[in-house]
Design a protein around this ligand. Structure first.
Ligand code: 3IX
Length: 164
């Protein structure tokens, strides 16, 4: 547990504009490089926000050729999680809304952007969007994240769960 806490704290350093942001942890469904079911999302700092380029594959299909809406929401949720590296501390999703404007196609690369719209006490009000190669917006999203201490994550630590 101490090692995990230390590993997590080390990620909250300054990230210059354009720099790669680290995965939340190796088995994270959104960005973990060791999760075979995951999206392996990679994001960079882009001004005061974060940006990613992402292609859904057939592991995340809903209707044939179209990404499952839950998979899209997962990626958006995880993208928000990269904003936390710029905020300087952990927070968790309390509320997530996704507006699906157009199908997100398997095998097409989308640009995703997220930013903090406003801060209020422990709450971060965040917004995101995904854009198709032709510039059309395909989703927009809003979410509320609530800042927590690292001890919050101790609730999930079990010696029997792979990845802990
Ligand atoms: C020990 C080892 C550490 C190692 C860590 C390693 C890895 C860490 C991994 C991940 C790091 C985390 C994030 C980044 C990763 C991925 C990104 C995806 C993020 C997620 O996948 S994360 C999972 C899903 N997520 C949850 O698992 C949360 C479950 N939940 C709770 O744990 C509690 O619910 C909590 C703590 C959130 C709050 O609980 P609480 O009791 O502290 O606070 P409360 O309920 O009072 O709400 C506080 C204020 O939010 C206001 N509020 C509520 N709802 C609102 C709404 N809809 N709109 C506007 N405001 C709203 C209230 O009105 C109040 O406002 P006010 O402060 O002004 O009174």
């Amino acid at each position: 547990m101490q090692a995990l806490l230390a590993m997590w704290s080390e990620k909250f350093v300054g990230y210059p504009d354009g720099s790669d942001l680290p995965a939340h942890h190796d088995h994270c469904l959104g960005c973990g490089p060791e999760n075979p079911h995951g999206h392996r999302l990679r994001a960079v700092r882009h001004g005061d926000g974060v940006q990613a380029w992402h292609t859904f594959d057939n592991r995340h299909v809903g209707a044939p050729g179209i990404a499952h809406g839950g998979a899209v929401a997962t990626v958006v949720d995880d993208l928000y999680g990269f904003l936390l590296f710029l905020e300087g501390g952990p927070a968790v999703t309390r509320q997530l809304a996704v507006d699906y404007l157009a199908p997100v196609l398997i095998g097409t690369t989308y640009r995703l952007d997220a930013q903090v719209a406003r801060r209020e006490g422990r709450k971060l009000f965040v917004t995101a969007g995904a854009t198709a190669p032709d510039g059309r917006p395909v989703i927009t999203s809003t979410a509320v994240f609530v800042k927590v201490s690292v001890e919050h994550f101790a609730q999930g630590i079990s010696p029997d769960v792979p990845g802990d």
